[in-house]
Ligand binder design. Structure first.
Ligand code: THU
Length: 169
């Protein structure tokens, strides 16, 4: 019989699901309320898909951002990275503790919680490693359950990280 050389590694992810915003722990709910307030500030004339992110930091500050689009499409930036880069440039020593993300479309009802794009997950994941403290992410749209994870690891297992750039003997 041929020797089996291949193994399957299964990865288990833990994602919390809440029926509504009212069921969230209060710190999550308060941050999500701030994110929802900022949806209207998005500049999304092309996709009509508005996203806002609110971050709470270890120094007590809250930083918010919304997606900013551009006629040269790739020049725009997601709400998450607008908020994260601003937070980390203004308060480089503060840890990001929590990120609430909310989305709304001008054209249709969104039925599923917004799920951050791969680039935003990569950015969140690097800061999580750099700060040595997990980042909780709470995700919501207009309808459907609210989702939450306790670490970016649940959103981006097997991430590319800085260690991989270092030469190993
Ligand atoms: N977008 C975000 O801002 N965050 C996400 O998590 C998903 C997508 C933005 C990018 C673009 O402006 C629009 O939503 C449609 O992709």
């Amino acid at each position: 019989m041929a020797v089996q050389k291949m193994k399957i590694k299964n990865i288990q992810l833990s994602i919390e699901e809440y029926d509504s915003m009212g069921d969230l722990p209060s710190a999550d709910r308060q941050l999500m309320e701030l994110a929802e307030q900022d949806i209207k500030k998005a500049y999304a004339p092309y996709s009509h898909y508005r996203v806002a992110a609110a971050l709470s930091l270890s120094n007590g500050e809250i930083v918010r951002g919304s997606n900013q689009e551009n006629a040269a499409y790739p020049s725009g930036l997601c709400a998450e990275r607008v908020a994260i880069f601003y937070a980390k440039s203004k308060y480089p020593d503060a840890c990001i503790e929590r990120i609430a993300i909310a989305a709304r479309s001008d054209d249709f009802v969104i039925h599923e919680a917004v799920s951050p794009c791969g680039a935003c997950r990569q950015v969140m994941a690097e800061y999580e490693i750099q700060q040595g403290k997990d980042i909780r992410v709470i995700m919501k749209s207009e309808q459907g359950p609210v989702l939450a994870v306790n670490s970016i690891n649940e959103l981006l297992p097997m991430m590319f990280h800085a260690e991989e750039l270092k030469k190993k003997d």
